[in-house]
Design a protein around this ligand. Structure first.
Ligand code: FES
Ligand SMILES: [Fe+2]
Length: 463
């Protein structure tokens, strides 16, 4: 049994002993251990804000989707007052899942076992045979609703937490909110999902994907090499040295959140290649020539200039945030991609990595774009996103090949004694003019930003 007061495993290993903060190493055993997994569920997944979806998935009263908070199923639904609720999908009668569909529309969710019924806000309607009082007389109806999570929206993204004491989501995002506002809040209409998310179960520990999302730029050179070979990342010749420019940019990180802001000059040269000296342009000229991924019309560009601060515009002009995470289990991919006709396309992908045990996670993939993007361009954005970041996408096929291997390695009696190493250190380095937001690591993408993910994990797990 777990010792609740100190995080210590059955064999006497303290959670603290799994880390060497000085040499920046983490025991590989963390990538498969049912006891550690159980502690993670208690110390992380019941404590932090978790991303469950986007408000545009449930636009009408009664619309709902079923999602996960840790290993708990929840119903995310919209009520008649247009409020979004997150309720535990567990019937308070005998524990059946109240909702057995993945999505739909219902003003009443009726448990199929004995018929107890609940509203979209989780409140109890009643049980069949009302006059027989089949729900008993011990608890009033007000006490028989579904358990409720706290809900907070961030630019349409739906977050929830079970933690009644948790500070607002902004605290969890920290200074990184400055960059997430750029990604999600740059147009008046906001974003919308392009259809229902894809779902896939991957036989791997959730952290293999979770820590990678926090700025593992290094593997782009190697694991994703085929992306360069087929021209998905622009025209780059096939020598490894020449891949390095796309690794240049600014990594930013804080509280386990991390983003890779990839050099706009590099993108301009490799994807547009007009021969113009990008560095000589002003900030506004730069974002006009190379708007952030998804800003595809003059109207959207004008809105972006209106909504973002000069500091945020500067970030977009030097290195727009493109790849990264939100702690603990969100993966973001806002990428440029050249289209067959030579023009520049883009794709927005969000993944969540939902643990389903120590060696299994559910990988949910949403495709999004700005709501006011013209319909024909939405089709292109959807196609680019599916082709790159979808469950059968070229990028994610690469990534999802490594995660099960790491998990299997962590199961071995000898393998679990190996460590994960984050020792390629560049050090903090803020380019001139870059805003004082979060920890900033300019230059070649190294392990600095990714290490923040483990520091946050360590902090929560050792409390
Ligand atoms: S378990 Fe749901 S009504 Fe009995
Ligand atoms: Fe990857």
């Amino acid at each position: 049994m777990l010792n609740k007061s100190t995080p210590t495993l059955r064999d006497g290993t303290r959670i603290e002993d799994l880390f060497n903060l000085e040499t920046r190493e983490v025991s590989l055993s963390t990538m498969y251990d049912p006891e550690i997994h159980q502690i993670e569920m208690e110390k992380i997944f019941t404590k932090v804000w978790l991303l469950l979806g986007h408000a545009s998935e449930i636009p009408k009263s009664g619309d709902y989707v079923v999602r996960y908070m840790g290993q708990d199923e929840v119903i995310v639904s919209r009520d008649r007052k247009d409020e979004i609720h997150v309720s535990l999908n567990v019937c308070p009668h005998r524990g059946m899942h109240v909702c057995t569909a993945e999505s739909g529309n219902a003003q009443v969710h009726k448990c199929i076992y004995h018929g107890w019924a609940f509203r979209p806000d989780g409140s109890f309607v009643g049980a069949p045979l009302e006059k027989e009082k089949m729900h008993g007389e011990i608890y009033p109806k007000e006490k028989l609703g579904l358990k409720k999570a706290r809900v907070q929206l961030f630019h349409g993204l739906i977050f929830a937490t079970w933690n009644q004491e948790a500070a607002p989501l902004e605290d969890q995002l920290g200074d990184m909110k400055f960059y997430y506002d750029i990604m999600f809040g740059k147009t008046h209409g906001g974003m919308e999902v392009l259809g229902a998310p894809q779902r896939l179960t991957i036989p791997a520990n959730w952290k293999t994907a979770g820590e990678q999302a926090a700025c593992d730029g290094f593997h782009t050179l190697t694991l994703h090499r085929s992306q360069f070979d087929i021209g998905n990342f622009g025209n780059i010749s096939d020598t490894m040295d020449e891949f390095i420019p796309i690794m240049q940019g600014v990594n930013v990180a804080q509280k386990g959140n991390a983003l890779r802001c990839i050099s706009a000059a590099t993108t301009f040269t490799s994807l547009i290649g007009s021969g113009e000296d990008f560095s000589k342009l002003s900030d506004l000229e730069k974002i006009t020539k190379l708007p952030p991924p998804g800003i595809v019309t003059e109207q959207l560009l004008a809105e972006m200039k209106e909504r973002l601060s000069p500091e945020q515009i500067h970030v977009c002009s030097v290195a727009p945030p493109q790849v990264g995470n939100m702690f603990p289990n969100v993966n973001l991919l806002f990428i440029y991609a050249p289209l067959p006709d030579g023009t520049l396309g883009s794709g927005y992908v969000i993944h969540t990595i939902n643990p389903m045990g120590a060696d299994k996670f559910q990988w949910i993939t949403w495709f999004l774009c700005e709501k006011d993007t013209p319909e024909e361009i939405k089709d292109i954005i959807r196609a680019v996103a599916v082709q790159t970041g979808g469950t059968s996408g070229l990028i994610e096929q690469d990534d999802s090949d490594t995660w099960p291997h790491m998990t299997i390695a962590a199961k071995g009696a000898w393998g679990r004694t190996e460590t994960l190493k984050y020792q390629a250190i560049g050090g903090e380095n803020r380019p001139e003019g870059w805003p004082d937001k979060a920890h900033v690591y300019a230059g070649l993408s190294k392990d600095d930003a990714q290490w923040h993910w483990w520091l946050q994990y360590h902090e929560l797990m050792t409390q």
